[in-house]
Design a protein. Structure first.
Length: 364
């Protein structure tokens, strides 16, 4: 494809309504021309998780306005858009339907190609937009709905090396926060509380340590925290901080252990690739202890650690537009207009299904 591509992206798979316009130059570099995200956090926080019906209704009410804003801010008239890229899964069905119907209407009215995008592909390819990362590379996706290690070999060419066998990591942070009486979303609350924790007070097991599969498990840890919290009820603020630190330390060690194993596997498989990238994506990437560990493990293994800006690690439509641009540039076909949303949609259809695999909207 030897011309600039302008793609309109829409994202409505969970609790962010988002629209964006991205440009991809023929050489493969990308630029975000607009990136509008409306978080529904306030809508769901009282419920301690995402309520699917409320999410879908809010997408309906706000998406049109956000699209108009994204087009205007990008300075790109609709006529100059090359395709409409829409998240078609995995995610909450109601929300996905809102995005798909809206994207389809725009595609039909303008005669532009319509591209159904896997939300996970959006996360996986973001580092090419932000950092021009070359294939092959590894992505650790840690969000409220997913915890996966994915090998990215090319557009539409992924291998899932590991996934959670129970809770997603963000979900584990949220549930742990809830049982300790902290606010939703729990990740930032646990991290804040952990800052004043005493590292010597509680010790929790490190899940999956040295397990030859590259999978994750966090629900046992959450249960262990619950047990300790019950043993120390009523909870003093210091005990909460100590438990938060113990939980965060354990998950960080588990991630470090899994990632070191994945990097070794990558190095053995691609011995000729110099300083390959380890990319982190998802809201949990905001956690400083986790970031520091990933950076250290990447340094030790001779990998280049890439953490896109936080607003592109969490859910957004620029990543969906970008995945659409990459697909179009690679000559992949547009989607049919009767494309159905998929609540579960693994990036790598060849691997055996696991409980946490290809799942979204599991935060509630
Ligand atoms: O990617 P994301 O914004 O949204 C979805 O998964 O849809 O991720 C949100 C998750 C929540 O579970 C939240 O608790 C977690 O990311 N999170 C964190 C931190 N900030 C957000 N977890 C740990 N530490 C943080 N600082
Ligand atoms: Zn996401």
């Amino acid at each position: 494809m030897n011309r600039n591509l302008h793609i309109l992206g829409l994202e409505t798979s969970c609790d962010e309504t988002a629209a964006a316009v991205v440009r991809r130059a023929p050489g493969g570099t990308g630029e975000i021309l607009s990136d509008v995200v409306l978080s529904q956090l306030d809508l769901h926080s009282a419920f301690g998780g995402v309520v699917p019906e409320l999410a879908a209704r809010s997408h309906v009410l706000t998406l049109d306005r956000l699209i108009a804003q994204a087009l205007e801010e990008s300075g790109t008239p609709l006529a100059d858009i090359d395709a409409v890229a829409v998240t078609s899964g995995p995610g909450l069905i109601g929300g996905l339907m809102v995005g798909l119907m809206t994207g389809k209407a725009i595609a039909m009215a303008t005669g532009k190609p319509y591209l159904g995008i896997n939300h996970l592909e959006g996360h996986a390819l973001t580092a090419r937009l932000t950092d021009n990362v070359a294939y092959p590379y590894l992505v650790l996706l840690v969000s409220g709905g997913h915890t996966q290690i994915v090998l990215v070999k090319g557009v539409d060419d992924y291998e899932r090396w590991g996934t959670t066998i129970d809770d997603a990591l963000g979900e584990a942070f949220d549930k742990t926060a809830k049982l300790l009486g902290l606010d939703y979303p729990g990740g930032p609350a646990v991290e804040r509380s952990a800052l004043t924790g005493d590292p010597g007070r509680f010790r929790l097991p490190v899940p999956m340590r040295r397990d030859p599969r590259l999978d994750f498990s966090f629900s046992g840890l959450k249960t262990a925290v619950r047990q300790m919290a019950q043993d120390h009820a009523p909870l003093e603020p210091q005990t909460i901080a100590d438990l938060c630190l113990a939980f965060q330390t354990s998950v960080t060690k588990s991630l470090g252990d899994r990632i070191t194993m994945a990097l070794a596997r990558f190095a053995a498989r691609f011995p000729g690739v110099h300083a390959p990238a380890l990319v982190v994506a998802g809201g949990v990437a905001a956690n400083k202890a986790i970031r520091a560990t990933l950076q250290a493990r990447a340094d030790e293994a001779g990998f280049h650690f890439v953490a896109p800006p936080l607003n592109l690690c969490t859910d957004n439509a620029a990543m969906i537009a970008w995945a659409g641009a990459e697909r179009l540039a690679a000559g992949l076909p547009a989607s049919p207009l009767d494309l159905a949303p998929r609540s579960r949609w693994p990036l790598d259809e060849d691997v055996a299904a696991a409980i946490g695999h290809g799942k979204r909207g599991a935060k509630a």
